[in-house]
Ligand binder design. Structure first.
Ligand code: ADP
Ligand code: MG
Length: 686
């Protein structure tokens, strides 16, 4: 049929096109849930607690699983207790009270071949719906009283269908109610615009977005549901990747000064190092040199396990700035870590004739922002602190800074930036979240190092652990004892650490020199303590997790972690990295409560730690145990926006999304990308 148009369309467009019947009406998805039949203010509020506010949210509520298919039986054939479907007509229904507050609803159902009494618990309102003559379809199990109903449909409906979706529900809203609501929202699935070009979808065999939503909620097979999920997951990953492409493009607009090739200063640096750089360190340095030669600011992530030798590489980058007559800065997330870095760097700098300053909340060396190399904490990005001429910035443990803090360092200066992390990120996550950074990896520690031997024992054998520890001390080695985590406050953790130290001085470690390190010490006290430990004036450091990062004493060869089951996997791995820093064989002894009292995930964590010293492998494991959001801080990473993607399983899909993002026009999915980046900008420290 031909619609009459005023004039020629190309020449005289009408004021408004006549709407086509099949057009998208995305506004219907933005309507509040109250617009759906049967949703009043109370239900709307309860749904709100599940994060469901608009009609579209229901469509994005991914089923947790699907019902298994069950055979349909005639009532006369019922036998055994296998889950089955029956269909029939209600003869009569009655309600009675059971024990306590239990309410039992029983309906006699007949299908012509036989009759059975079907039971529901605590759903008294159903009685009125089960009037004689009502057609029912029931899924459940036959038992000796009759038939226990798991789900049902009255006069049609699809709750009992094979592969019926089961949604994440709450105490206040049942999975059945959610199923009903999603079903009511499903006709609007076609109103979700599909932003992907048709040719693109055809080439990859991707279903339409609306169809994908429909089959995710109403699949005819599990394979179909998975196909739908993959399409939706692809969209989510694509949005993340497009955001990364855009961010990278924005950065290309900034200009940094290109540095001349490596010169005499870094030559001397190599000469004063008491060791040869490893192959991995050399290749990281090569990559950094290539970045520094460009006028686009470097944005590189240096990944490497604890003790793999990142700091040596970082100092190289800083010295490259110094030899160009400019300035380098290293920013660390805690004072302890900044001080540690300063101690390491200062000595070498002195030998090289390079000036070096420490700037933290409590320490400001006189030189401050004029030093060749400035090491510090957030103090570096506070108002009032001025750099002389910042050319290279290193951000250590970069994931512990918020987006704003990281950008405060680069704002209006565009230095070359090297991000460091000792919390290795599994490749999928790294691509998802840091896909806009180039990555250098120090995959192996210096060869002189032996892998740490880790053992896990329970409380009753803790005295054996201390016997081992004393043996190390007797040989002139040093040790750490990590105190249990106490959640209440830094003060109570500190107190517990002091008490523990006192007990050990009087007991297991009698005759040895025991220091105690915790977050309540003043920075000067902490510094002094560390210096004494380094100078071997102390044999043992009893500590809270403040020693987690940065502490570097190669003579410390054994560590006991008490109540190890209370720490996270990444944290334990970090803690363990305090030993094994020299050529000696090192040990880490994890002590926990009785194995049968531990949670399954605590069990998994400790076992993983005993089995592996490889940070990347452990990070993968951690991802499996905890999921992506928890690993990185969900808000920081945009991972909380992933509803259909499963970061641990969707590697292939992620690679595809990455490729696609590079080939699609930057405007693709612009509103979604805006929303994602807009969110990220409001993030503070996480
Ligand atoms: P990270 O910062 O990755 O935790 P560091 O740079 O602090 O590791 O190095 C850990 C220890 O290994 C330091 O004591 C450092 O001097 C030493 N080290 C670094 N590189 C080498 C190397 N190539 N050969 C031998 N020892 C090294
Ligand atoms: Mg380090």
């Amino acid at each position: 049929m031909c619609r009459p148009q005023p004039g020629f369309a190309a020449v005289d467009p009408p004021q408004q096109w006549v709407p086509t019947r099949g057009r998208f009406r995305p506004e219907r998805l933005d309507a509040p849930l109250e617009t759906l039949p049967g949703v009043g203010p109370t239900l709307q509020k309860r749904l709100g607690k599940l994060g469901l506010e608009r009609v579209g949210d229901l469509l994005d509520h991914r089923p947790r699983r699907y019902e298994r298919p069950a055979p349909q039986k005639r009532i006369s054939e019922l036998f055994g207790d296998e889950e089955v479907l029956i269909e029939g007509e209600v003869i009569r229904a009655s309600l009675r009270r059971g024990r306590g507050r239990l309410q039992i609803l029983t309906a006699q159902v007949s299908d012509g071949t036989g009759q059975i009494s079907a039971t529901w618990f605590n759903q008294p309102w159903l009685k009125d719906k089960l009037s004689p003559g009502t057609q029912v379809r029931l899924r459940g199990q036959p038992n000796r009283f009759g038939f226990a109903v798991k789900s049902f449909d009255l006069n049609g409906g699809s709750a009992t269908a094979d592969f019926a979706p089961v949604y994440p529900a709450s105490e206040e809203i049942s999975a059945a109610k959610l199923r009903e609501l999603v079903e009511a929202a499903l006709p609007f699935a076609a109103d979700r615009p599909d932003p992907l070009p048709a040719a693109f979808k055809a080439a990859r065999g991707l279903p339409l977005r609306g169809d994908a939503l429909t089959v995710v909620h109403k699949p005819r097979s599990l394979a179909e549901a998975e196909q739908g999920r993959q399409r939706l997951a692809f969209d989510e990953l694509l949005v993340l990747q497009l955001a990364l492409v855009r961010r990278a493009a924005e950065r290309e607009e900034h200009v940094a000064a290109a540095l001349l090739p490596p010169g005499e200063l870094v030559e001397r640096y190599r000469a004063v190092l008491p060791f040869e750089l490893t192959e991995h360190q050399e290749s990281a340095i090569g990559e950094i040199d290539a970045d520094l030669a460009r006028t686009t600011p470097m944005q590189r992530l240096l990944q490497g396990d604890v003790g793999s030798g990142k700091t040596v590489v970082a100092l190289y980058a800083l010295l490259r700035a110094v030899e160009a007559g400019r300035q380098g800065a290293l920013m660390a997330p805690t004072e302890t870590l900044a001080e540690q870095h300063f101690l390491t760097i200062e000595g070498i700098c002195m030998e090289l004739g390079v000036s070096c300053a420490l700037v933290t909340g409590s320490v400001k060396s006189k030189l401050g922002g004029r030093a060749d190399i400035v090491v510090g904490t957030h103090a570096l990005i506070q108002k009032g602190f001025e750099f002389r001429d910042l050319a290279v910035a290193v951000v250590d443990e970069q994931h512990r800074f918020g987006v704003e803090q990281r950008s405060a360092l680069t704002e209006e200066r565009s230095p070359h930036v090297l991000h460091m992390t000792a919390t290795p990120i599994p490749r999928t996550l790294a691509l998802t979240v840091y896909g806009d950074l180039s990555v250098s990896e120090i995959a192996k520690p210096p060869a002189t190092r032996k892998p740490i031997v880790t053992a896990w024992v329970t409380d009753e054998r803790s005295s054996e652990a201390y016997t081992r520890l004393r043996a190390h001390l007797a040989e002139g080695r040093q040790a750490y004892v990590v105190c249990p985590l106490i959640e209440e406050s830094a003060t109570s953790t500190a107190r517990a650490a002091e008490q523990e130290a006192d007990q050990l001085r009087a007991g297991e470690l009698k005759g040895f020199r025991v220091g105690c390190m915790h977050g309540r010490l003043k920075p000067a006290e902490r510094r002094e303590l560390m210096a004494r430990f380094k100078a071997r004036e102390l044999d043992v450091l009893v500590a809270t997790t403040v020693i987690e990062v940065g502490v570097d004493v190669p003579n410390a060869t054994i560590m006991i972690v008490q109540e190890a089951d209370r720490f996270g996997l990444a944290q334990l791995h970090q803690l363990r990295g305090r030993v094994g820093r020299g050529a000696e064989q090192s040990f880490c002894l994890l002590i926990s409560g009785p194995k049968e009292e531990l949670t399954e995930s605590a069990h998994d964590r400790l076992e993983a730690l005993v089995a592996s010293t490889d940070g990347f492998e452990l990070a993968e494991k951690d991802l499996e145990i905890r999921g992506g959001g928890a690993l990185l801080g969900a808000r920081q990473s945009g991972l909380s926006d992933l509803r259909f993607a499963r970061i641990t399983h969707d590697r292939e899909l992620l690679e595809q999304a990455r490729e696609a993002a590079a080939s699609l026009s930057p405007e693709t999915m612009a509103p979604e990308v805006d929303a994602l980046l807009g969110d990220a900008e409001h993030l503070g420290e996480s």
